[in-house]
Ligand binder design. Structure first.
Ligand code: NAD
Length: 370
C-alpha cells in the first residue's frame, strides 16, 4: 500500500459524520484535520473520529501537509471555499451543489486548471453498484435504444428533520439544487450529454415552519422554487421528464425506483440515486414481471468514495470520476431549468460533457484503479 493522501475537512455538520464513517474503509484517505465556523462542531467530530488536528479554516488552508480540502459546508460557501483551497495550492472536493451559479463554477474550473490542482464534487452515489449496473445494462444494449425517462424526487421538504433547514429554501437549495444533483448525475451517466432542456418552476409553499427540535417553531421565508418540472432531450435522442419537489406528499411513483429508462426493446428500473447499492430491474415485451439484474460492480461504498477516487487520480494522474466538469454540467442544467422557467425558452448546455469511466468491477472493496 502506498502512502495515503492527507485530507482536511472544512464543515463539520450533519453530513460530515457520514463521510468520516465511510472513509474508515478507504485506506487511501487519511483525514488529518478539520475546521468549522463553529469550533465546537469541529471539536466534536475530531473527538468522535480521532482526527488529530482541530483548527480554523485559515490554519487548515495554510497547512502544507494537506493535499485535499474536503468541503462539507453549506451550498453558498462551496464556491468561496473551493477558490480559497485552490489558491492555497490544494485539490478540492465539495458536497453538492458545485456552486450557486455557472460563473462561480467556471471560475473554479479555470483557476484549478491554472494552478494544476484537481476539483471534485458530490454526488458520488453514481459510483455505487446500483447506477453502475444500470449504466452497463444500457451500454450493453439490453433495453435497445433509449427513448425516454422519468425521474421523480417528490417530498414535502426538510424542515421536519434537518436541524438547520434554512439553506434548503434559499438560492442554492430548493429540491433541484439539493436533490437534482443525484438525479442529473445519474441521468448523465446513464444517457450521456444533454442536447437541450426546459423547465417550469414554482414557489408552492412560500412560508414554512421548522418542526425539527433545535429550531422548532421558527418560520422560513422561501426564496427559491420548491417545485420544479423539467424536460430534457439527450444527444442520444432520449426525451423525458424530471420532477423535483419539496411541496408534495404521498407521491405515487414507486419510491424504490424513482428513475425509469424506457428503451425501444425494454424498460429499466433504476434505484434511488441518493443511495449506492439499490437493486436494478429490467422488463422486456414478453416478460410477465420485472426481472432483477444482478449487480455487476462492487457493493458497499458510501459517501467518500468520490474523494478516494480523486486521491487515486492525484497519485496516478488518471481522470477522476466525480469530477468538476461533470458537476458543472449538472449545475448548468439546474440553472438552465430555472432560466427556462423564467424565459419560456429551451436552454442548451454551456459546455460539452463526457461520461467518466465505469467503476472497476474486478477490484476488491476499498481498492480503486490506479
Ligand atoms: N444532511 C444531509 O443529509 C446531507 C446529505 C447529502 C449531502 N448534504 C450536503 O452537505 C452539505 C452540508 O450539509 P449538512 O447537512 O452537513 O449541513 P449542516 O448545516 O449540518 O453543516 C454545515 C457545517 O458547515 C459549517 N460552515 C458553513 N459555512 C462555513 C464556512 N464558510 N466555513 C467553515 N464552516 C462552515 C457550519 O457551521 C456547519 O457546521 C450541503 O451542501 C448539503 O447539501 C447533506
Amino acid at each position: 500500500m502506498k502512502e495515503p493522501v492527507r485530507v482536511g475537512i472544512i464543515g463539520c455538520g450533519a453530513i460530515s459524520g457520514n463521510y468520516l464513517k465511510n472513509a474508515q474503509n478507504l485506506p487511501i484517505l487519511d483525514i488529518v484535520a478539520c475546521a468549522d465556523l463553529i469550533p465546537e462542531a469541529a471539536k466534536t467530530r475530531a473527538e468522535e473520529y480521532g482526527i488529530p488536528k482541530v483548527c480554523t479554516v485559515e490554519e487548515l488552508l495554510a497547512d502544507d501537509s494537506i493535499a485535499i480540502v474536503l468541503n462539507l459546508t453549506i451550498p453558498r460557501a462551496h464556491a468561496p471555499i473551493a477558490l480559497q483551497a485552490i489558491a492555497s495550492g490544494k485539490h478540492t472536493y465539495a458536497e453538492k451543489p458545485f456552486a450557486l451559479r455557472r460563473e462561480e463554477g467556471e471560475k473554479i474550473l479555470k483557476t484549478a486548471k491554472e494552478k494544476g490542482v484537481l476539483v471534485g464534487c458530490a454526488p458520488d452515489t453514481f459510483m455505487g453498484a446500483g447506477i453502475q449496473t444500470a449504466r452497463k445494462v444500457i451500454d450493453d444494449g439490453l433495453i435497445g435504444e433509449p427513448v425516454s425517462f422519468t425521474a421523480f424526487m417528490m417530498g414535502r421538504g426538510c424542515e421536519a428533520w434537518h436541524p438547520n433547514p434554512e439553506f434548503y429554501y434559499e438560492p442554492g437549495g430548493g429540491p433541484m439544487f439539493d436533490m437534482g444533483p443525484y438525479y442529473l448525475t445519474a441521468l448523465l451517466n446513464l444517457l450521456g450529454p444533454v442536447k437541450r432542456l426546459s423547465g417550469l418552476a414554482a414557489i408552492a409553499i412560500p412560508e414554512r415552519t421548522i418542526t425539527s427540535e433545535a429550531k422548532y417553531g421558527k418560520m422560513i421565508h422561501v426564496t427559491t422554487p420548491d417545485h420544479l418540472c423539467g424536460s430534457i432531450e439527450f444527444v442520444n435522442g432520449a426525451v423525458g421528464t424530471i420532477i423535483t419537489s419539496f411541496a408534495t406528499m404521498h407521491a405515487t411513483y414507486d419510491g424504490q425506483f424513482p428513475i425509469t429508462i424506457y428503451g425501444d426493446e425494454g424498460t429499466l428500473r433504476v434505484p434511488d440515486p441518493n443511495g449506492f447499492d439499490g437493486s436494478v430491474q429490467i422488463r422486456h415485451a414478453g416478460d410477465e414481471d420485472w426481472v432483477d439484474v444482478p449487480h455487476a460492480f462492487v457493493p458497499g461504498y458510501g459517501r467518500s468514495v468520490g474523494v478516494a477516487d480523486m486521491a487515486y487520480a492525484i497519485r496516478s494522474r488518471r481522470a477522476h470520476r466525480a469530477n468538476g466538469e461533470q458537476a458543472f454540467a449538472v449545475l448548468d442544467a439546474m440553472q438552465g431549468f430555472l432560466e427556462s422557467s423564467d424565459t419560456g425558452r429551451c436552454v442548451t448546455p454551456a459546455t460539452s460533457y463526457q461520461r467518466p469511466a465505469p467503476m472497476p468491477a474486478e477490484l476488491p472493496f476499498g481498492e480503486l484503479d490506479e
